[in-house]
Design a protein around this ligand. Sequence first.
Ligand SMILES: C[S@@+](CC[C@H](N)C(=O)[O-])C[C@H]1O[C@@H](n2cnc3c(N)ncnc32)[C@H](O)[C@@H]1O
Length: 483
Amino acid sequence: MPRRERNQFVKRGQTIEIRIEDYAFGGKGIGRIRNEYGEFVIFVPNTLPGQLVKAQIKKSSKKYAEGKLIEVIIPSEDEIEIPYQEIPGAPYIKLPIEKQHQYKKQSTLELFRRIGKVHDINHKFDEFISSPNTFHYRNKMEYGFSAIGYDSALKADVDEFTLGFKRRGLWWCGENLNTDSGLFDEEVENKLKNIREYCKETGLSPWHGPKKEGFFRYFVVRKSYKTNRLLFNLVTTTHSLAQFDLDNFANYLVDLFGNRVAGFLHTINDEIGDRTIATTGSVNLVYGDDKIVEELCGLNFEISIKSFFQTNPKCAEKLYNKVVDYALEDKSSIDNNVVLDLFCGTGTIGQILASKATNTQIVGVDIVSEAIEDAKKNAKRNGIDGLKFIASDVGKFLTDHPEYINKIRTIILDPARAGIAPKTLKKIINLNAERLVYVSCNPATQARDTEQLILAGYNLKKLSLVDQFPHTAHIETVVLFEK
Ligand SMILES: C[S@@+](CC[C@H](N)C(=O)[O-])C[C@H]1O[C@@H](n2cnc3c(N)ncnc32)[C@H](O)[C@@H]1O
């Protein structure tokens, strides 16, 4: 029996042309179909209000449908020319930055209203913090190799050695980055084609996604804004490794980038999953140093290739200043007290806070042991006392340390995109702290946690938004909760 369609407007698999009218959180354009049955909403990710787009319906329910962008037929009047190669990771690069801010602010506040149930969120809004550099702001890029390219004229896959990013919506296809994308280091991106040619000339194979085989997988670059130096990481499989001269490749990098090369690492990743990357597999140092030094808020941080470090360091300084401002608003709850810095990464926030407080003991917890090692060394290098760093899952740490219950006045939280696991959030609530400064790179999970925190007796006192990733749909938030 044929499946009954669930709405009167669109069918799954159907291709439609639709005008985008609004912007929803997370970079989804909103289009509407109006007919004799009424009005129906269609979300199309990576589109802008004002565009006329062709999209294919991927999901459809009674209330709404979601489509995948196939092409922009007519651009939005807001779009401007840019001198960079467009990449899928920066879908809003043609939109003036002020417009991007407007969409981000409005859609994020709406999320707190709808999911967090904070109906007066406009009154709680404190500040929208822009990135000091809106172009060339990233300190890390992960370029992928692929054995399959895409011929736009033929509209078909072709065998091609590519190095760059995945083609939007086609996970198995790579797209060469030939010039600066406007997001990362101009020199590196303009010379990426040389790296590609070097690798191609070895005759060794790039990764073939569907077959799950090949030698070259990723080329990762980390940059320090303090020193302007670069740390490279080439990720390959063991297949054909004997035929690849790593020292020769290191020399080639030095020929290309001179003394900007801080170090070159080689990672072996034989896992066949298509996920990235630099954090899995065994890492060997081939040339130079395996770390890079960055400066934030006057302190120095040594970062290894596996540790999390804020991707936009100039803007991270502004983010951290806001976190520290919120934490120090009630200085008496910080001075002479223990502060928990949960999900602390390389311990940046705790160190900055400790450097501005008196006799404060910071206890930082992160699951990545390399990040904790970096945190310990960084605290020593910055000469800051009173810091303790522990490598553990936050939930496990709180179970193992009941002595902190009713003893902590302020907690800093900065979880990864997935947010705080519900069981861990319960344990955090159970600590009974007076104040939480909660940083998030995914306000959708933070808004979900906000509802729980309010039910547990916290008030959302203020919220600031930080545009850590211009030209993308991402936005970072800093929220102060008080009991
Ligand atoms: C957004 S980063 C924050 C890092 C740090 N606050 C900073 O600004 O550099 C999130 C951190 O959470 C850590 N993490 C993820 N899941 C965790 C867990 N279950 N327990 C402890 N740490 C976790 C990650 O290793 C990562 O360092």
